[in-house]
Design a protein around this ligand. Structure first.
Ligand SMILES: Cc1ncc(COP(=O)(O)O)c(C=O)c1O
Length: 404
């Protein structure tokens, strides 16, 4: 079973299913432009108040049809490699394009340098290999540092500071690299760290102390400091004042331009997955509703994180009269979304609406078991829904072999 988590209950759509949703095909993702704009306004106001620059980390949300909703509030996009860099350049024109990849390929570098404005290297060896060409192309060059400061417990898969991590250069690694090649330091315009995951600003403050202690001597020579993602800025109750103090500290102490590159915070609570109940089975005391959406295929982070997504009209197991396990139709025994309770038992044909489904979903889903990919719809602030993309058998087949 997915671990229980403390995520806030469903709190969107005014707490009801708007009538237009009942007409949509299931399963489908529905992206909420009004909620995206709300996130954008929070991020834009932060940038205005502090002078920091906020980028969209596309690995979390890359539904480019809706980039124009966020673009007025953001400085640009962050990419994990060539394709996302190109997507950001094409679909948020005029915005900065920043790239970080744990290791770049030599055969992609020339094209990458066409799209990217900032290129961040993970290791001194990659900096030495590609930094001179990046600078010659007029790009701003950075190094991802590892401040060796874990602020997440029991979450090693999301902790770039975990022992043995490949992500970021430790101070000891940098020291050894510069001793061997003193010219490396002169290649750098900025430093980057990304160590947080769904965290509040107290964790950033602790991390910034570690950054200051380990890399404080390098920072006055830098033009910028990128504080990565993982800042849950748009979550209700997030401590904006502490975040602003961290930004001000970096600006004051080191004279750097501060970048933040949140993914989740840009599209938090800004999408839904609509699904219908196909069957209900009883095994001993356990009632299981099998849905036309799959955790494994359509909401993979439910299994990977793991977490239990918010569900409209449902409560935690045991809180309402009927507790039901919701599961997907694939062969995977663990294709389970979670245990929820309802006022009445779900029946075949019932519509269920999962919340917070804009992030790490459409960009991560898959067709395991030949599961169809859910269509992607958008809902504007007035409630009008439009289909952005639907998928069929051809989308499943053509990823698997030669064209027929
Ligand atoms: C380098 C980097 N930047 C930004 C992000 C976005 O993080 P989040 O979506 O948690 O804000 C990630 C996520 O893994 C990342 O690896």
């Amino acid at each position: 079973m997915p671990a229980p988590d403390t995520r806030a209950p469903f709190a969107a759509l005014g707490g009801t299913v708007p009538p237009e949703l009942a007409a949509l095909p299931t399963p489908c993702y529905l992206l909420d432009e009004g909620a995206l704009a709300r996130n954008g306004r929070i991020l834009g106001a932060l940038a205005q108040r502090t002078g920091c620059k906020v980028l969209l980390a596309q690995k979390a949300f890359s539904n480019y049809d809706l980039y124009p909703v966020l673009a007025p509030y953001l400085a640009g996009t962050e990419a994990s490699g060539l394709y996302e860099a190109r997507l950001g350049a094409e679909e948020m024109p005029g915005g900065e394009v920043h790239v970080f990849c744990a290791a770049y390929r030599a055969d992609e570098m020339e094209e990458l340098l066409r799209w990217a404005d900032h290129i961040v290297f993970n290791s001194p060896a990659q900096l030495a290999a590609f930094g001179p060409a990046a600078r010659a192309a007029g790009k701003s060059v950075g190094l991802r540092i590892n401040p060796e400061c874990s602020t997440q417990e029991g979450h090693a898969i999301y902790d770039p500071c975990a022992p043995g991590s490949r992500l970021g250069t430790t101070r000891a690694q940098w020291h050894a690299a510069v001793a061997a090649d003193p010219g490396l330091a002169g290649l750098l315009d900025g430093l980057h760290f990304h160590t947080l995951c769904e965290q509040d600003a107290d964790a950033l403050a602790v991390t910034l102390d570690a950054v200051a202690e380990k890399f404080g001597d390098l920072l006055p020579k830098m033009q910028w400091l990128n504080m990565g993602g993982g800042h849950h800025i748009t979550r209700p109750g997030y401590d904006l004042a502490t975040l602003e103090r961290c930004i001000a500290r970096a600006q004051r102490d080191w004279g750097v331009t501060v970048y933040l590159e949140p993914g989740e915070a840009c599209a938090l609570n800004a999408g839904y997955l609509l699904t219908r109940v196909l069957d209900v089975v009883q095994n001993g005391d356990t009632t299981v509703a099998i849905l036309d959406a799959s955790a494994a295929c359509h909401m993979p982070d439910v299994i990977e994180m793991p977490y239990r997504p918010p569900l409209l009209y449902a409560a935690d197991a045991g809180e309402k009269p009927c507790t039901v396990r919701l599961a997907g139709p694939t062969c995977l025994a663990g294709d389970v979304i979670g245990d929820y309770s309802f006022d009445a038992p779900p029946r075949p044909g019932d519509l269920l609406v999962f919340g917070d489904m804009a992030i790490y979903t459409t960009c991560k889903n898959n067709t395991f078991n030949g599961m169809p990919l859910p269509a992607i719809w958008a809902r504007d602030a007035a409630g009008a829904c439009r289909c952005l993309r639907s998928f069929g058998y051809g989308d499943f087949k053509t990823r698997l072999g030669s064209p027929r």
